[in-house]
Write a protein that binds this ligand. Structure first.
Ligand code: UD1
Length: 415
């Protein structure tokens, strides 16, 4: 198993280009099931989650051709409507094939994802609302089996603005007969990106980027070329790396507006940032303690919670970070404590007393974003930190070691 060796503390400089968002591409890849026409997705990041989704799509019989960084998908005939447990358990985003399969083929069998390292992550909102669109749903032996004689538009109100449920239902509704009105939709930029992709296929969607999305079903969809948005979570991770190491770095290839909430809080805490339309430049800054609570977009993203805690270990004084989205998303804390960080957990909140010198130690990744927090902290710890189980990082950070190396970090991947 690969591991990372990071020698700290280090100073970074230069510029880093962010990859396209995997959390935009994963649902878009499920969307290729909605049409028999070919779809070219551009600059798809080379990530483990993308490979997992490709394996799932090819199990269903979709043709997949790679051309450089582009991938061309053709779902003109499929051989299976079943997403098996062995793939779904490794990546929850697989549940998003349910809506498209049901809409186009009127049948889908998808393994229930089960829990994962960060929490129980139910899918009740996906299922209840697919039923309102006319699906007959049975749960048996760990699988959801859904059938329909044809989906019909309906008025859906989500109890919580779930990203995954909004995506699944929006895709199902594109081929449903009549009008679907979805209220309390997730506002995450990846949801809007999926909607723009579906529009490029010929879907009739309005209200994109608002809490109420209206979809007029169409009989069939066509093909398109599509390039997803830059990865706001990867971008935030590098901006935080710049601030934590007191470095001047430029992070490009994404929309800073997508992380406006974080940037505003950082600036209010003393961060010196130059913010353009498509880049953020960090400068040496002295920050004050932070108090942040994760919330659905446009609030503070749960996917940056671990990395912000890493930043707080470098800010002298007290910070409090509260996790409201997932019940078990603090697995990075015991690892950060091994580096000497002073953090205590009370309920949903982490209390960080920052500014103490940190020392290298062997540590271990537990989930994707937790792993990013370990890397950031290791950049600031004295000595050589060994980070194990970096396959978690490879799920969602393209060429992380190469990108940090090009910024001047002493980071090495070893077998
Ligand atoms: C969540 C994040 C998303 C992030 C992704 C990957 C939020 C709101 N969503 O999306 O930004 O990119 O993780 O880490 O921050 N829930 C239910 N029933 C359901 C679906 C969800 O109760 O059917 C609950 C979940 O338990 C959780 C919350 O809703 O507490 C958010 O879930 P959801 O947005 O669906 O999660 P993801 O789509 O995985």
């Amino acid at each position: 198993m690969d591991k990372l060796l990071i020698n700290g503390p280090c100073k970074l400089n230069g510029s880093v280009e962010i990859s396209k968002a995997k959390n935009a591409y994963l649902p878009i890849m499920c969307g290729v099931l909605l049409t028999k026409e070919s779809i070219r997705l551009q600059k798809v990041p080379a990530l483990r989650d993308i490979n997992t989704m490709n394996s799932l799509l090819s199990q269903l019989g979709i043709k997949i051709e790679k051309e450089g960084r582009d991938i061309i998908y053709t779902a003109d005939s499929i051989t299976s409507q079943e997403a098996t447990y062995d793939l779904v358990k490794t990546m929850r985003a697989s549940i998003t094939v349910l809506g498209p399969l049901l809409a186009r083929f009127h049948h889908a069998k998808v393994s229930l994802p089960g829990g994962c390292a960060i929490g129980s992550r139910p899918v009740n909102l996906h299922l209840e609302n697919l039923a309102k669109l006319g699906a007959e749903i049975n749960i048996e032996s760990g699988y959801v089996e859904a059938k329909t004689n044809g989906l019909k538009g309906a008025h859906l109100v989500l109890d919580f603005p779930s990203v995954g449920a909004t995506e699944n239902l929006m895709m199902a509704a594109t081929l449903a007969e009549g009008t679907t009105i979805m209220e309390n939709c997730a506002l995450e930029p990846e949801v809007s990106d999926l909607a723009y992709f579906l529009k490029a296929l010929g879907a009739n969607i309005s209200g994109i980027g608002t809490k109420t999305i209206t979809i007029e079903g169409v009989a069939e969809l066509g093909g398109c070329d599509y390039e997803a948005i830059g990865d706001r979570i990867e971008a935030a991770t590098y901006v935080l790396a710049g601030l934590m190491t007191n470095s001047e770095i430029t992070v490009t290839g994404f929309k800073p507006a997508h992380i406006e909430f974080i940037l505003e809080k950082l600036v209010a805490a003393g961060a010196k940032l130059e913010i353009g339309d498509d880049f953020v430049k960090t400068k040496a800054s002295i920050l004050k303690g932070l108090k942040l609570d994760t919330a659905p977009y446009p609030g503070f993203p749960t996917d940056v919670q671990a990395q912000i805690i890493a930043l707080c270990t470098q800010i002298p004084g007290a910070s409090v970070i509260t996790e409201n989205i997932f019940e078990n998303r603090f697995m990075h804390i015991p690892e950060l404590k091994r580096l000497g960080a002073q953090i205590s957990l009370k309920g949903k909140s982490a209390f960080i007393e920052g500014g103490n010198p940190l020392k290298a130690a062997p540590i271990m990744c537990t989930d994707l974003r937790a792993s990013a927090a370990l890397v950031l902290t290791a950049l600031c710890a004295e000595g050589e930190t060994e980070i194990q189980r970096i396959y978690h990082l490879d799920r969602g950070y393209e060429k992380l070691d190469e990108k940090f190396s090009s910024l001047g970090a002493k980071i090495q991947r070893v077998k």
